[in-house]
Write a new protein. Structure first.
Length: 339
């Protein structure tokens, strides 16, 4: 399999988030990149960081169908990576209509634009949507929205032969803003202790590098309609909190489950397992319209069944130098960094 996109014109929608920035750093050397996002400040920061003629920035919102259509026609990309989303579970529970507008309608807007402008978007080869483990057997608004968005994307495989529509699904990215490690790093320096919501909670974990490898691999090698899923370990969140507690000599506080939060996550459900096959690195889920049976074995892939021991998790974090990461790189760079 190929694992590095080269010589392409890539549009990253939501390209100023943690994943988008990591994609830029990995792909800019060998590709032309356009970034579409609504965060003008982050775009300004990235412009000052990269200062490259191979990267362009467009301010706008995926909800705005006129704006995204203008950008798509202007850029005429060969690859679209959809990383934009409202991702905070409790926020989506509180404002479900806002989650629907971005996570469902925004994706539908994109697909509609691609379909009605195929003759103009004559370079386009792949649309890759970034999904989440929360889309599997969803119980919260965010997961439900991402599950529908997956189907919006992958269902288009039956109608389009020249353009691939694919998704990738994964778990908690260690370095991403808003995830648990940046929270604990912030709490280590700014609060009286570390907060967990439930002592039994587990989460799948991966690094940004592993995320990028997944996106690259799926974009280059997936068949249209497929969702690629990595083989991930999981951790007990309480174990992670204990490591930070011991290092920084601060207590752990249990604050209770947040709205919409699950104790355990799944990457593959029993219902989906019939449609799953596997290559050397990833599980590959056929789209929900497929009648193909790839496995007679009924199983699920849950975070509660793949947890690392305390010792193995600690070694992983030490190897990744988690405790050495600069807090600013995890929670954002100040505007005066470039002054």
């Amino acid at each position: 399999m190929k694992f590095l996109i080269k010589n392409e014109k890539i549009l990253i929608i939501g390209g100023t988030g943690s994943l988008g920035q990591a994609l830029i750093r990995k792909l800019l050397k060998s590709n032309e990149i356009s970034v579409f996002s609504r965060d003008e400040l982050k775009q300004w920061t990235l412009k000052n960081e990269f200062k490259s003629k191979k990267i362009n920035f467009f301010v706008g919102d995926l909800r705005d169908i006129t704006r995204i259509e203008d950008v798509l026609i202007n850029v005429n990309p060969s690859i679209i990576i959809v990383a934009a989303a409202l991702k905070q579970v409790d926020t989506c529970e509180m404002y479900p209509s806002e989650s629907i507008k971005t996570n469902i309608i925004g994706v539908q807007n994109l697909v509609d634009i691609v379909e009605r402008n195929q003759s103009i978007l004559n370079n386009l080869k792949v649309v890759t949507m970034i999904s989440t483990d929360k889309s599997c057997e969803p119980t919260n608004v965010y997961g439900m929205c991402k599950s529908i968005a997956e189907r919006i994307i992958t269902s288009k495989a039956q109608f389009h032969k020249k353009i691939k529509f694919i998704a990738v699904r994964y778990g908690n990215v260690l370095e991403s803003r808003g995830s648990i490690i940046p929270l604990f790093r912030y709490q280590a320096e700014n609060t009286k202790g570390f907060t967990i919501t439930h002592p039994q909670m587990t989460r799948f974990i991966m690094t940004l590098d592993e995320s990028i490898e997944l996106i690259n691999g799926a974009t280059l090698n997936a068949n249209s309609g497929e969702t690629w899923i990595p083989n991930l370990p999981s951790m007990k969140v309480y174990d992670l909190a204990k490591m930070f507690s011991r290092k920084y000599k601060k207590p752990i506080f249990e604050i209770g489950i947040r709205p919409g939060e699950k104790i355990h996550e799944s990457l593959i459900s029993e219902t989906e397992s019939f449609r799953v096959k596997k290559n050397k690195k990833y599980y590959i889920l056929e789209n929900s319209l497929s009648s193909k049976i790839n496995s007679s074995r009924v199983y699920s892939y849950s975070s509660k069944d793949h947890t690392l021991t305390f010792e193995k998790l600690h070694k992983l974090l030490i190897d990744k130098k988690i405790f050495d990461w600069d807090l600013k790189s995890l929670v954002g760079t100040r505007i005066d960094h470039f002054k």
